[in-house]
Ligand binder design. Structure first.
Ligand code: MG
Ligand code: MG
Length: 250
């Protein structure tokens, strides 16, 4: 069931999303070579606690981290680890959700660690731009699949793999709600009409090589099948009468 949010719920979700956007700004400053993904998890968890919220992913489906930290060829759902040390030239995707007073936000950003290759920098830039192409297509009266189609069309000039085994989703009163939002096209599933008051997480996962992925034996970590780099950007947005409102942007 797709929940159309009322004004009170939207206000609550908006506040949760703003805090998450602030956290991402802080992470940009914080992340540097030599630290572990566990250090980043601890830092983020501490900030979320100080904000009065809870890390929404901790314990969700049994996930052991406060954040998902996905380095280089890890697409999503990387588990923070004391032994995983960031090196100059790495990229790291941080995917974070905050629960604040029962309202959920969800956003992801892939950061450069130190100085990265041109190829990696281009992947980050184009993935983030494809997210905005998807967001711009999320307008009242349009349909869910317009989003993945815009992302796919935006990336057409580049030989990237667009991950099709994971989707965006509704969000706000829970971590994951209906509907599923494919970040690619063509796609299966329902093609619901977009309505004012829907809150959606759009999250393209884009690979330098094949779009195929593999889930590791820990049953969380998703890696590219060919171990090429992968980037992930995500925003929580609100469908309005006009342009979509990006709730997880400052
Ligand atoms: Mg997320
Ligand atoms: Mg999400």
């Amino acid at each position: 069931m797709i929940i159309i949010k009322n004004e009170k719920q939207i206000e609550g979700i908006r506040t949760s999303c703003k805090l998450l956007a602030e956290l991402f700004t802080k992470l940009e400053e914080f992340i540097e070579p030599g630290m572990s993904t566990w250090d980043i998890d601890l830092y983020a968890a501490e900030i979320i606690r100080k904000m009065g919220g809870n890390a929404a992913f901790l314990g969700y489906g049994g996930f052991p981290g406060s954040i998902c930290s996905s380095v280089n060829d890890t697409v999503i759902h990387g588990i923070p680890s004391k032994t995983e040390i960031l090196k100059d030239g790495d990229i790291i995707g941080c995917d974070i959700g905050i629960e604040l007073n029962g309202y959920y936000s969800d956003s992801a950003h892939t950061y450069a660690v130190g100085s990265i290759s041109n190829e990696a920098a281009q992947l980050l830039k184009k993935t983030e731009e494809s997210l905005y192409a998807g967001i711009n297509a999320a307008v009242r009266g349009g349909r869910i699949k317009d989003i993945g189609r815009a992302i796919t069309e935006y990336l057409k000039p580049y030989a990237y793999g667009i991950v099709d085994s994971f989707c965006g989703h509704g969000v706000g009163l829970d971590v994951h709600e209906d509907p599923q939002i494919p970040n690619y096209y063509p796609s299966r599933g329902m093609n619901h009409r977009l309505k004012k008051g829907m809150v959606l997480a759009i999250e393209p996962m884009i690979n330098l090589g094949t779009h195929e992925v593999e889930v590791l034996d820990d049953e969380w970590t998703v890696k590219t099948e060919d171990r090429a780099l992968s980037a992930h950007f995500e925003h929580t947005i609100l469908i309005t009468d006009d342009k979509p409102e990006i709730l997880t942007a400052l």
